[in-house]
Design a protein around this ligand. Structure first.
Ligand code: F2R
Ligand code: MG
Ligand code: MG
Length: 352
């Protein structure tokens, strides 16, 4: 479909769920041989496996809250979103949440809480979390708002409900912008060479803020840490086929920090736009992106979830094998919600 077509919305939201569900198998594994990944993915094609056999984790649980809140409030409402996070956690605490964020989610459940951003600010001795929990649920902001200024503003605020460190919430901004540019056709051949440069120039503005400069110093990161990583993505891309998985992990990371996973997810999408050695020839780009994200090991559910959202916004829903969709809890809901977000997106007044 063309820019911001329904197929792209459906692809983004469904592939994010898929990444979370299929990636859960390897989360935390140090080494994941491609053979094991392909065995896992081939297993999904076994018809005898029940519907929704692969359960979603915190990534999708929180994304669903973001989606429901944006749809119900027809925009961003921090009180409503915070309430939904807290309620979801209290109903299903066993979805594999980060060790720190559960304290925030418990505090958000308090009826006496006035400032919903306060519990996140108290995390990690007041430094806030730099985990990727804000980024893993950021895709819906690109599906609800068409204007990059709104996407930046609301993806940041949505993440700050749990992640007050800029190394956490700026990961969410980067992920939302990547989905946005992909949704607009930014990965189609004529625009492809400028995709990463667009992200770098957006993030140069984002990371110029005082809070970002100060957090970078606290955590001994470079002045513009996300831009820095995006430049590394670009360098790796220029080396084309000669990049090993070990180099990707050492240059970009595969961990639970937003800085060590959002640029990695972006790399997975870009790298898998072309057929790659070691990946089945019958695979299309979306399938390649999933397999490659899993083979990196580490935070596989989250990297595959984020890469899935960006790739799904490019390839559209038809690129996702139906048999894979049937195996994943929540894929059907995501498909329905994508259509609602598509309606909201195209109803929203076009702002300058
Ligand atoms: N948590 C996991 N996976 C491991 C456990 C799985 C579970 N026990 C199971 O087996 O079912 N996955 C999920 O967590 C990630 C998102 O985490 P989020 O929401 O960012 O959480 P949190 O707690 O804020 O941060 C994660 C960890 O990062 C470290 N950290 C963050 N900020 C820090 C800081 N300022 N100083 C020091 N450390 C900091 C801490 O270790 C946090 O616990 C996703 O992968 C999701 O899938
Ligand atoms: Mg998870
Ligand atoms: Mg994870």
């Amino acid at each position: 479909g063309g820019p911001a077509s329904l197929s792209r919305f459906r692809g983004a939201l469904v592939a994010a769920v898929l990444g979370d569900c299929v990636g859960g198998e390897f989360e935390g594994a140090e080494e994941v041989p491609m053979d094991r990944v392909l065995q896992h993915l081939n297993g999904l094609e076994d018809e005898s496996r029940g519907d929704g056999i692969l359960q979603y984790s915190d990534d999708t649980a929180m994304t669903r809250c973001v989606v429901q809140s944006l749809l119900t409030r027809a925009g961003f409402d921090e009180q409503d979103m915070a309430r939904r996070f807290a309620k979801e956690y209290s109903h299903s605490p066993g979805r594999g949440y980060g060790a720190g964020v559960i304290q925030v989610l418990r505090k958000l459940a308090s009826p006496h809480l006035n400032d919903v951003f306060q519990p996140a600010r108290a995390q990690f001795s007041g430094h806030g979390s730099f985990g990727n929990g804000g980024a893993m649920r950021a895709a819906p902001f690109a599906l609800a708002f068409s204007n990059p200024v709104d996407i930046r503003r609301y993806s940041r605020l949505g993440a700050m409900l749990t992640h007050s460190c800029s190394l956490g919430y700026n990961g969410a901004v980067l992920q939302a912008l990547a989905v946005h540019i992909s949704l607009q056709g930014g990965l189609e051949l004529p625009h492809r060479p400028t995709f990463i440069n667009k992200l770098i120039s957006e993030m140069e503005e984002v990371e110029a803020e005082d809070a970002a400069r100060s957090d970078s110093r606290v955590f001994s990161e470079s002045e513009f840490p996300f831009c820095d990583r995006l430049h590394r993505v670009k360098d790796l891309m220029e080396r084309n086929n000669s990049v090993s998985i070990e180099e990707v992990i050492s240059e970009l990371g595969n961990g639970i920090a937003a800085l060590h996973s959002v640029p990695t997810a972006i790399f997975c999408v870009l790298h898998c736009l072309e057929p790659r050695e070691g990946l089945p020839e019958r695979y299309g780009g979306l399938e390649r992106t999933m397999a490659y994200s899993l083979a990196l090991g580490g935070d596989t559910d989250t990297i595959a979830c984020m890469a899935g959202a960006i790739a799904g916004a490019h390839y559209g829903i038809d690129a996702i094998p139906q048999i894979w969709q049937r195996c994943c809890e929540g894929a059907e809901d995501a498909d329905i919600n994508a259509e609602r977000l598509h309606t909201l997106y195209h109803q929203a007044p076009a702002e300058g």
